[in-house]
Design a protein around this ligand. Structure first.
Ligand SMILES: NC(=O)C1=CN([C@@H]2O[C@H](COP(=O)(O)OP(=O)(O)OC[C@H]3O[C@@H](n4cnc5c(N)ncnc54)[C@H](OP(=O)(O)O)[C@@H]3O)[C@@H](O)[C@H]2O)C=CC1
Ligand SMILES: CC(=O)[C@@H](O)[C@H](O)COP(=O)(O)O
Ligand SMILES: [Mn+2]
Length: 383
């Protein structure tokens, strides 16, 4: 029986992880959960699984939760300390990191130091501090098991091959909510338009990232760190159907892809069961006879400049990806609050990168400082 903690249990990945756990009660036990503020979504999980520890965003939420459900206050932890606690708890075998944003970094490091298995969805953490996370993972001999669909696909297509045999990684991109719009069309788009992803039902932030193509930019950096592959060998292709989740071209020109219906429970479950596979009756099989056509198209970096910014920041390295990520997190939040337009997300990220003076090999403290400074500057400019 694998004892699991989920960071971000009330989110899109978190809830789908709970579904996977519930389908296999003989394999998994949900021992700890963390969520932010969504008590309504948390209560059924707590009632059904009775996790030993619950982590919430702040004391106010803790108080509200104790009024609504019978849980002893000592079993409810708060904030970053709580996230760290359930990432390295002796009882836990596997940590699912499914919080949104670089706030997942301290818990990731704690889980690595405690040598937990880690099912990893929280790409912003790898973008902001990939060099530190991967160094720790190597030191403690911990594998980050990818949950992100593209990275799970690459992980499966790699299947233990020597990375020297990889000619290139090809990440697929759906194109997001505005894939059929020109840049001129983008000036009047609304938050609701942007949240309407063609293929996936995901959290708000990643859905906006998908529409700006920053999601693919973050994924390029995530792939660089997870698979130790240089940026020159990571390509992105637009693929409308999200059926091929990504591919690897090997040096002998063999291309190996992973396919499946767009359902995040598949990569989540694989990360939970790795290196085994479990049959699952609730997943929709891919009927290739019904596919008829799959589409592929080169991505235009002028149409999607965020992808270019991400490649540039990744290649410069050092503190640049930290700025890219922090600026993007704040800009997306401002857009979701309808304080800026869709196209201003790009401008904010571009200006933050231009204004930043690169620091090579930043340590954790420097990363936290740059992350905070970037957020504060943008927030202050948009009060
Ligand atoms: N959704 C998807 O299909 C995919 C997501 N990913 C990545 O997975 C990560 C999660 O994405 P997604 O599930 O969409 O995001 P959501 O916004 O749906 O979920 C975020 C989760 O984090 C929780 N959270 C927020 N603040 C805190 C806090 N202070 N302490 C503890 N928990 C907190 C939220 O709680 P609450 O809502 O209660 O406040 C929620 O449970 C992201 O990094 C994303 O890029 C990658 C591939 C696919
Ligand atoms: C499901 C998943 O992994 C997302 O990251 C997805 O890839 C988003 O779709 P885009 O290809 O539109 O970014
Ligand atoms: Mn993805």
């Amino acid at each position: 029986m694998k004892k699991i903690s989920i960071l971000g249990a009330t989110g899109s990945i978190g809830l789908q992880t709970v579904e996977v756990i519930e389908e296999h009660p003989d394999q998994f036990q949900l021992t700890a959960i963390a969520f932010g503020k969504n008590i309504e979504k948390a209560i059924p999980i707590i009632q059904y699984h009775r996790p030993k520890t619950i982590v919430v965003a702040d004391h106010d939420i803790k108080e509200k939760l104790t009024l609504q459900i019978d849980v002893a206050p000592q079993h409810i932890l708060v904030g970053e300390e709580g996230l760290i606690d359930i990432s390295c708890d002796r009882e836990i075998d596997l940590v699912v990191n499914a919080v949104m944003g670089s706030m997942g970094l301290p818990a990731t490091i704690a889980a690595i130091e405690a040598q937990k298995q880690i099912a990893f969805a929280n790409k912003e953490t790898l973008v902001t501090a990939g060099h530190l996370v991967m160094e720790k993972a190597k030191e403690y001999n911990v594998n980050l098991l990818p949950v992100d669909s593209e990275h799970s696909a690459i992980f499966q297509a790699l299947n233990g091959e020597d990375k020297k045999s990889v000619n290139q990684i090809i990440l697929t991109a759906s194109g997001g909510s505005f894939r059929d719009k020109t840049r001129a069309d983008l000036s009047g788009v609304t938050v609701n338009d942007a949240l309407n992803h063609p293929n996936w039902d995901m959290g708000a932030k990643i859905t906006i990232d998908s529409a700006t193509m920053m999601n693919k930019g973050l994924e390029v950096i995530e792939a660089h760190w997870l698979f130790d592959i240089p940026y020159e060998k990571i390509d992105v292709v637009q693929h409308r159907e999200s059926v091929i989740h990504s591919m690897i071209e090997y040096v002998d020109r063999s291309v190996i892809a992973q396919l499946g219906t767009p359902d995040m429970r598949v990569p989540i479950q694989y990360a939970l069961t790795y290196p085994e596979r479990l049959s699952s009756l609730s997943f929709e099989p891919l009927d290739v006879k019904q596919l008829h056509q799959l589409h592929f198209q080169e991505l235009d970096m002028n149409r999607f400049p965020m992808l270019r910014y991400a490649y540039e920041a990744g290649k410069k390295g050092g503190s640049m990806p930290t700025v890219l990520n922090a600026a993007n997190e704040v800009a997306v939040a401002l857009f979701l609050q309808e304080k800026i337009t869709f196209l201003e997300i790009e401008t904010i990220v571009e200006h933050a990168l231009q204004a930043h003076r690169l620091i090579q090999s930043p340590d954790l403290e420097t990363i936290n400082q740059i992350d905070q400074e970037t957020r504060i500057k943008i927030d202050e400019a948009h009060r």
